[in-house]
Design a protein around this ligand. Structure first.
Ligand code: FEO
Ligand code: CA
Ligand code: CA
Ligand code: CA
Length: 547
């Protein structure tokens, strides 16, 4: 067999399942191309660093249409928390459609800590009930707001290796559409947000990030329907917010300096001179990739006080044609809008630029891209990976993963080059890359988000249910995708997060059974709880990782 034959083609030709392959011991090299693509060679050249040899240590699974969270042989999952579960002594409950997760160890433990979980949106069928004549009642609005936002839960792995929630936790609490938030930064109190400093709640919390000072950043994405239904000022949503899961006295805050758009995530790093960088995707068709660079430098001993670094700095958007980061400043916007009275009227202050960041970015020549979702900074070479999930408007049906190479490997650079690291499609076995995370061997863990309405039909049929794919970023198998998990029916797997020792992977299973029309006949019953009559979005802990 030619060594240039890639693994997927190999499997197609031999017509057998992947289960015949034990990737770990056999070594992927035998099935993977030996020569690297031009673009990836360029990356190795740019960084010139020795990388660990990547490889995956599991037997990849095949695409599955089962109503189950399918894992490779030797792995298991524990359901930690499901929609509606009580999380603390005051009776707060776990919200709907769990997404981003972050593990915060307690006493550096890999078996005990807090888990932050985003709740992105609700279901009329299972949370609020359908609106009457297109309008929710007051009690429905209460449910709509309460079941979005975030949950802080305390979790522990017992002697039998089973992960469980501790509902007697002193930390467990909800952050929701009802929690007051402080605005920080240039738009705080500005006319652009109705002159206020404090806003009500958070919702549409998609992905996020962890700060260097151990707080969580959560991204408000598709906020419009909730703000409209609840008659809330929409300029108070579409921000990056920060919460300290350990400290209720750290006021929940929204950082306006990071701009307002359909925020997917917030990936934090440091410039070579010690300032904070936050990379962000704007999950909308024809939207831009952003980064914020703080004015001041990070000082580790300041701990949570470093939060003020997110109040002052510059927001940039990427121009991929020129390889430049474009600063979104009021001066630049007004210069570009010269002679256009409407645009000049809209953009009068820096607050206006931040509140309407997408319009400002496009005006200044930033590149509209194919729905940038999660962004992750490689801990090995500081290249930046962006999941461009898809964009049917341009025929990019299955999406791709873009890799930015910042000049001089400096996250503070204002110029960059880029390559397409991996492409969705039959040849790779995945479609619609979304959340990303790295393991310590440089493998990029990628979850997929084909919409529940398009899965298992037409050109999506071959992929079956959504999944988790593991893609080495170096070595002979670089760019190849190996399937690690398959989601229950209609679900999307979101929020992958490892414990520091990588013995546990947390994963949020979102919207199982979303295509259900008749509540008595759900399309999924996952997680198949005894005595339950509905599917429930749930966070799981996956164990069985080998060394
Ligand atoms: Fe909420 Fe962009 O996925
Ligand atoms: Ca997402
Ligand atoms: Ca991520
Ligand atoms: Ca998505």
């Amino acid at each position: 067999m030619s060594q240039d034959l890639n693994r997927r083609k190999f499997l197609t030709y031999v017509g057998t399942g992947v289960t015949a392959l034990t990737v770990a011991s056999a070594g992927l090299g035998a099935f993977a191309p030996k020569t690297q693509a031009e673009g990836t060679k360029a990356a190795s050249h740019l960084f010139g660093r020795k990388k660990k040899v990547s490889g995956v240590k599991f037997t990849p699974i095949e695409a599955s249409g089962k109503d189950e969270l399918v894992l490779p042989r030797g792995y298991k999952y524990d359901v930690i928390a499901s929609y509606g579960d009580v999380i603390n002594k005051s009776g707060d409950t776990f919200g709907y459609n769990n997404d981003f997760t972050v593990f915060f160890p307690i006493n550096n433990s890999n078996q005990h800590g807090l888990l932050w979980v985003n709740h992105e949106y609700i279901s009329d069928l299972w949370v609020t009930g359908a609106p009457v004549n297109g309008k929710y009642s007051a009690s429905q609005i209460q449910k709509l707001l309460y079941n979005q936002g975030g949950s802080i839960i305390e979790i522990r792995q017992d002697e039998d290796g089973v992960w469980k929630m501790d509902t007697s936790s002193k930390y467990a609490r909800r952050i929701s559409g009802l929690t007051p938030f402080r605005l920080t930064g240039p738009a705080r109190g500005s006319k652009a947000v109705g002159g206020v400093d404090i806003v009500q709640g958070t919702f549409a919390n998609c992905s996020g990030g962890k700060t260097l000072w151990n707080t969580v950043l959560s991204a408000e994405e598709n906020y419009e329907s909730t703000s409209e239904a609840a008659s809330l000022n929409e300029t108070h949503y579409g921000w990056i917010l920060e919460v300290d899961p350990f400290d209720p006295n750290f006021a929940p805050r929204k950082h306006t300096a990071l701009g307002r758009f359909h925020h997917e995530n917030a990936a934090m790093g440091l410039t070579n001179d010690g300032r904070i960088v936050v990379y962000m995707g704007d999950d909308k068709q024809d939207a831009c990739v952003y980064k914020f660079i703080s004015k001041n430098k990070y000082v580790e001993s300041r701990k949570q006080a470093n939060s003020d670094l997110l109040e002052e700095g510059t927001l940039y958007a990427a121009n991929l044609g020129k390889g430049t980061w474009v600063a979104l400043t009021i001066e630049a916007v007004r210069a570009a809008a010269k002679g256009n009275a409407d645009i000049l009227a809209k953009f009068q202050t820096q607050a206006d630029v931040l509140v309407h960041a997408h319009d400002a970015a496009i005006l200044l020549g930033a590149t509209p891209t194919d729905r940038p979702e999660d962004v992750e900074i490689s801990p090995f070479d500081k290249s930046v990976f962006i999941a461009h999930t898809n964009n049917a408007k341009h025929g990019n049906i299955h999406g791709h993963i873009t890799r930015f190479l910042e000049t001089n490997d400096d996250l503070g650079s204002l110029t960059f080059d880029f390559e397409i690291f991996a492409c969705g499609g039959r040849q790779s076995g995945f479609s619609a890359p979304d959340n990303l995370t790295f393991d310590s061997e440089g493998n990029l863990w990628t979850v997929t988000d084909m919409s529940s309405g398009s899965m298992n039909k037409g050109v999506f049929e071959t992929f079956k249910n959504n999944g988790v794919f593991v893609i080495p970023t170096s070595g002979a198998a670089m760019g190849e995708a190996y399937q690690f998990a398959s989601a229950p029916i209609d679900a999307e797997l979101t929020g992958p997060c490892f414990t520091d020792d990588e013995t546990t992977l947390f994963l949020a299973v979102q919207h199982p059974g979303e295509e259900t029309e008749d509540i008595n006949n759900p399309t999924s019953m996952w997680p198949h709880r005894k005595g339950d009559n509905q599917p429930r979005p749930s966070v799981v802990a996956i164990t069985g990782f080998k060394y």
